[in-house]
Design a binder for this molecule. Sequence first.
Ligand SMILES: [Zn+2]
Length: 464
Amino acid sequence: MRFKRKDRGKKLKYILLGLIGAAAVAAVVWVLATRLEGQAPVIVMDMESMYIPAETEIPVTITDEKSGIRKMFASILQEDREVVLANRSYGEGISGADDANTAVDVALPVNVRENGLKDGEALLRIAAWDGSWRGWFSGNVAYLEEEIVIDSKSPRISPLTRQHNLRQGGAGLVAYRLSEPCVEHGIRVGDNFFQGRSGYVGDEDVYLSLFALGHDQGDDTEISLFARDKAGNQGRSGLHYYIQGRTFDTEGLTISDNFIRQVLPEFQSDNDLPLDEPLRDQFLYINRDLRKKNNEALLSLHKDSESDLYWEGVFLALPRAQRRAGFADHRTYIYNGEVIDEANHMGVDLASLRQAPVPAANSGKIAFVDWTGIYGNTVVIDHGYGLMSLYAHLSGTDVDAGDFVRKGDIIGNTGTTGLAGGDHLHFSMIVGNVFVDPYEWWDGAWIKNNITGKLENIAETAEK
Ligand SMILES: [Zn+2]
């Protein structure tokens, strides 16, 4: 009995020791796996560029999934001066606990003047420690160092062209000088913006921008020059301009079922055409939705326009032609005696003989050749600096995208493709993302006064 009891006691003791041992091992494993985890925090800076303006906040996110963030520190080092931007503690960081700071967002405040910093290069340093017991309880540490450029000065933008006489729906040219390289610069025309381009004169700080007033931008449109540098500093400048407001013609077009049936076959391949709807609704889809889509596509071509002035002198119109519709005519569409739609005609319709040869209005590079909804077979020529000419409803085309054409070269023949009542050429001029009045470009005096005369002055001014 005694023996047995003793044995049992021993057995219990071993079991107990075994349990304690297992618990100790488990605790050590737990500590090793959690409190002694070796994964450093992750520091992420969310900056558009490494350029710092006069006053800003640099957004930083620090994450540490395992132990949470214990503390962080950030400073800017410039020459032998260190400016502390943040020095924060977040408690011990509790592994696995819900309230562990596994992610913290910090906005580092920079004020160049108050911090005693100056424009030029500097080093941004960020350090973060987690709640791990590694490193004698100091935690895993992450360092991030980024070279930054402090730029507290706003760019200056100065016009080089003097008076700008503009017409509603017309174009203009501005040249300006920038005091430093900028990421965005050009001319604001109401809500629209035209980015400037360099390269016309040898001086790299001189930029040109062809710009335009939409047919709906009247004499109260505000125009100014704008520039933004890499650090986000903005500069503005006014310029002298005068806008001549205009009213455009109105025209009623009667739409018959016959006309709709005539033009519909061409649009059958358009997946969005509501084939099961009445003819009237099919017409409305083409005249509204498709027109909008086609215009957007054609007015986005300027983004690939080259910084080369390919053109020279007055632009050509279709020879021996009659004008059938004018620029920005306001059209109402009448169906069964009722006005069902309205649209602006953003070009000039010129009718000559059937399938008359169409000359390139001026020299340039073929930017686009394709069937384009209401415009039918369409050619667009890029004349450089965002200036383009458009030829629509063609029966055939003789050019390919990328070809260079000279003024007068035949690019195709007139026709009735797209939404056209009879054989004619729909001709548009485009500046940037705006249809402009072609009459200005057919007028040698207008071109000299508003474009080429200014270009000559800019070249002379820039040489000085
Ligand atoms: Zn037209």
